[in-house]
Design a protein around this ligand. Structure first.
Ligand code: SF4
Length: 174
């Protein structure tokens, strides 16, 4: 039994991060989206990072055809079953995207994660925007499927362009 004066190790608050931001070649075109942001480097040194790739974890291959959310409300619409995720050639990949989101949520829960930094624009990880379902490059201010599911379960989501804000939020957590 520990004495009352014994020190317990400090628990490190983990952060869920899109694997492609850490250099994993898991994007639809087979490349990565590596970020050299100093906050990510420091978090790595502090042992905070939990990497996920919802599209890979949902069973899709790499490379894979690009996909977009078709229908209202982005990822939230997909979770409400009023929108779907389709590839450019019209293949419905909604089930893979939902499974990948559930895998990411499970990883977040396992590590008691309250903060996520996700690759913007992706139909899974998009945080401030995704593309509008027309495959024309038009952006729309909605979240991807994984971002939406994490948000619905209380994880605070930030995009890869908001790393300083994410770090500030992390430091403010009790
Ligand atoms: Fe990166 Fe997310 Fe796309 Fe995987 S699903 S490649 S982690 S943006």
């Amino acid at each position: 039994m520990r004495s009352s004066t014994q020190c317990y190790p400090r628990i490190v608050e983990k952060v869920l991060v899109s694997a492609c931001l850490l250099g994993a070649k898991v994007r639809y075109h087979g490349g990565d989206a590596r970020s050299e942001h100093p906050v990510l480097r420091r978090w790595k040194d502090e042992g905070r990072l939990v990497a996920v790739c919802p599209e890979r974890d949902g069973g899709l291959p790499t490379p894979r055809p690009p996909a977009e959310i078709v229908g209202p409300e982005g990822g939230h619409g997909v979770l409400k079953k009023i929108a779907i995720v389709e590839t450019r050639d019209g293949t419905d990949v909604t089930a893979n995207f939902v499974r990948g989101a559930e895998e990411a949520l499970a990883a977040a829960r396992d590590a008691h994660i309250r903060v996520a930094v996700l690759k913007d624009g992706s139909p899974s990880c998009g945080t401030t925007f995704t593309y509008d379902g027309t495959f024309t490059g038009a952006r729309i201010a909605v979240t991807g499927v994984t971002a939406a599911l994490l948000e619905q379960h209380g994880v605070r989501i930030f995009s890869d362009t908001q790393l300083d804000a994410a770090d500030q939020y992390l430091r403010s957590l009790p």
